[in-house]
Write a protein that binds this ligand. Sequence first.
Ligand SMILES: [Mn+2]
Length: 310
Amino acid sequence: MKLNRKQFLGPDSEFCRFEKAAVAVLPFPYEGGVSYGHGAGGAPQAILDASGYVEFYDEVLKAEPYRMGIVTLAAPAMPKTPAAVHQQMVRSTRALLEQNKFVVVLGGDHSISSGYFKALQERYSTLGCVQLDAHSDLRDSYEGSRFSHASVMARIREMTPHTLQLGIRAMCSEEADRIRREKMALCTMHSLRKKLCNWKIMLQNLPEHIFITVDVDAFDLSVISSTGTPEPGGFTWDEGLDILHTLFRTKTVVGFDVVELAFNRYDRNSPFNAAKLVYKMLGFKLEKEVSQGRISWPATPSGPLFSSQP
Ligand SMILES: [Mn+2]
């Protein structure tokens, strides 16, 4: 495995050695599936650069999650066709899962998530997917492509009926029809804010093992402004973290990705906040393992930590 020259957070080298690390961060700088704004290809590097300024200590957890070991891989070369990119994602994530890593993928546009989901499903046959996003991404194809970022949940729904979509505030009428017809677990931002849907019950109905895909456009523009297809009215930082914390506490999260950040040389906030989001989520994962007695603080880099790995 080729390591990245820039390691997530940039800790001492003993905390980012491949053999000992519990977590593997995979940058996947693909933006062939975007429809509007560009820059997703530059996002993984921007997140890694910004991560060097994230504090190691989490004042809420009162711990340093990086001590579990977080190794950052070199980004794979991006193939020419969308189908080949999908296969590349399956191969890259499968290889890391076989090494018992907890894998975090840094996108890249949203089309990449179905490849990671596929690799996870080879190990967890009953796997749910929770999506935080402004868009429902349920079009069967968009602008002639089934690998569009606007179709990623349609692809994932071909692999599992167990999905939960949160924060949605942009869809077309065909998507709305499909959501009703298939009685999908989907909470629009409107229904969340008006307390018209009980997403925690929907979450409980998912399988024990879940994959989380975070499209950063789920967040309000005060958190993430540089994203390919922005929508107003997103989650505040605290709202988003509260939901994510509940996901990690309620279920066994077996992997996640953070996608759709757009590189913008004039915006330092968005990549920093994306980096901090990844680190907070890793802290939630570690906290869950500690709460179940699988490991104890302070975590030390000791290889696979997660008994959720078969
Ligand atoms: Mn989106």
